[in-house]
Design a protein around this ligand. Structure first.
Ligand SMILES: [Zn+2]
Length: 293
């Protein structure tokens, strides 16, 4: 999901309604479970964008991936990590879209934050302003402070607490630059926003690069656990689901005369998907198209 600008009316109305009642809780899924590696995935509810945080429990330490959009879900992550009673040695940010880095500053003010150089630069440039915008927009559900990346992650292999991690850089997918983390020991591919599971994909333009990133995972057949940035942990079938979704988007864009018609086609084809108001956001602000008017 990209940067949502201030006039986020439809989402805001929905959120105000939710906040007036009780905030729905995130789910926690044990995605991998071996002697040396457990992965707990915390998933925000579908109406709150289904953002994920992966808590990787190693023998003596914890490594986290992505920090939520809304602060209460980062607090839920904190309750989980406290219960595991191991230090957090690395907190990774996969890319510089705010739904992955503005949520966790209050819950985890002191953890060392790791990111690719481009992501670190992007957050240093726009992070504070983005946080303040969202505070005005959403109120106390947004964290008060940021914990900015302090460590640059290089690509390549590293052994952390006896477990092999592979770090890669992926370009021009859902984001311009994103970090991919692979853990061969548990066959896990932490794809973050290259993969959305049963959540409407955030379309902001040509998706050829995104398709290439998905096909790259399709070719790495040894990874059977695919961890998305939005939605619950998935099997490999999520890859063809997302590729088909992108094809459907292209057809629907080509055959629709209005934004309303386009959105109706997506909702009819994917009635069970979460994050429907993401479609309104990208149609309003990001996806440029001559609708033939
Ligand atoms: Zn996202």
């Amino acid at each position: 999901m990209k940067k949502i600008i201030l006039a986020f009316t439809i989402g805001l109305i929905t959120l105000n309604k939710i906040m007036a009642q009780e905030l729905p809780k995130a789910g926690v899924i044990l995605a991998a479970n071996t002697k040396n590696v457990k992965i707990y995935t915390v998933v925000a509810p579908p109406e709150m964008f289904s953002n994920t945080t992966h808590v990787i429990e190693l023998p003596h330490e914890l490594v986290l991936v992505d920090g939520q959009f809304f602060a209460p879900y980062a607090q839920q992550v904190k309750a989980l990590t406290d219960s595991l009673k191991k230090p957090i040695t690395r907190f990774y940010i996969s890319h510089d879209h705010p739904d992955h880095y503005i949520g966790f500053g209050d819950a985890f003010p002191d953890v060392p934050v790791y990111a690719l150089q481009e992501t670190k630069d992007g957050i240093e440039k726009e992070g504070q302003q983005t946080l303040e915008q969202r505070q005005k927009q959403f109120g106390p559900i947004i964290a008060k402070s940021l914990n900015m990346p302090s460590h640059v992650q290089q690509t390549g292999e590293e052994i952390i607490d006896g477990v092999k991690f592979i770090f890669e850089k992926s370009l021009n997918n859902e984001a311009a630059v994103s970090l991919i983390i692979k853990l061969p020991e548990v066959k896990a591919y932490i794809a973050q926003d290259v993969v959305y599971n049963k959540t409407h994909l955030f379309i902001s333009g040509n998706s050829d690069g995104w398709r290439s990133a998905l096909r790259k995972i399709e070719n790495e057949k040894k990874y059977t656990l695919i961890l998305p940035g939005h939605g619950v942990p998935a099997t490999r079938s999520v890859l063809s689901d997302d590729l088909k979704y992108l094809d459907f988007v292209d057809q629907a864009l080509a055959s629709s005369k209005t934004k309303e018609e386009y959105k109706a086609k997506l909702l009819a084809a994917y009635p069970q998907y979460g994050g429907a108001h993401l479609i309104d956001i990208y149609l309003a602000y990001y996806l440029k198209k001559d609708w033939g008017k």
